[in-house]
Design a binder for this molecule. Structure first.
Ligand code: C5J
Length: 224
């Protein structure tokens, strides 16, 4: 067993052999300058700031031979998995499926839907394409986790209050213990990130735990 002693709202004890890392939607369209996120007026430098910590977290799991799951929010080219409510929401200048700066917006196989090169999955790591905000909805994530006998999920990625939080809540309802790595997740809106971290930890960890990367590192590797 391992313990993240400084996790909030209290120490998380977990079995590394039944633990997996989920890296949510670190895609070019959300993170890179010139992508979909920036065309919507967002400051993507906020999201870029977590890339080194997220890369270190992925390396930590690779070093321990623990499962790593990467997700991508994207849709089929014929938009058959895109409800009109999602396509038409708001009044963006570009909608999902429209041609954008990095190919069609959030369409599988387009350059913008790809994971940024700094965090590219290795052969053997699981990549889940998801049409929703939550990674369990309309995917085989649950099947992979049962096959791997995973009980604890470590979360990273973007954006904290949308796809990361939605997936953590889905995981919580399915009986997983979940911990979000604070310095490996980000939002275009710092106040939304802060609120999400607070919501996760509130009421005795109603959704799960949070910790920093170095606190998790120490739990898996001992003090440096
Ligand atoms: C994600 C979004 N990945 N914000 N998507 O959070 O629409």
């Amino acid at each position: 067993m391992a313990t993240v002693s400084a996790a909030l709202p209290f120490a998380l004890e977990f079995d590394p052999t039944t633990t997996a890392l989920i890296v949510i939607d670190m895609q070019r369209d959300f993170v890179e300058p010139g992508g979909f996120g920036e065309t919507l007026g967002n400051d993507v430098s906020l999201l870029q700031a977590i890339v080194p910590t997220t890369a270190a977290l992925i390396e930590l799991f690779r070093d321990h031979n623990l499962p790593i799951i990467h997700t991508r929010e994207c849709h089929q080219p014929d938009l058959s998995d895109l409800p009109s409510s999602k396509r038409n929401r708001g009044a963006p200048s570009l909608r999902i499926g429209d041609p954008g700066p990095m190919g069609r917006i959030l369409i599988a196989g387009e350059p913008g839907a790809d994971i940024i090169p700094e965090l590219s999955p290795l052969n053997g790591e699981i990549v889940i394409d998801k049409p929703g905000k939550g990674a369990f909805y309309a995917t085989d994530l649950g099947t992979h986790l049962s096959r791997l006998n995973v009980r604890t999920l470590i979360f990273a990625g973007v954006t904290t209050e949308v796809c990361v939080q939605t997936t953590m809540r889905e995981a919580n309802d399915r009986g997983f213990d979940s911990l979000l790595v604070e310095d490996a997740t980000e939002s275009y809106f710092p106040e939304f990130k802060a609120a999400t971290l607070a919501m996760i930890r509130a009421q005795g960890g109603i959704v799960g735990w949070t910790s920093t990367y170095s606190q998790l590192f120490e739990a898996l590797n001992g003090k440096p």
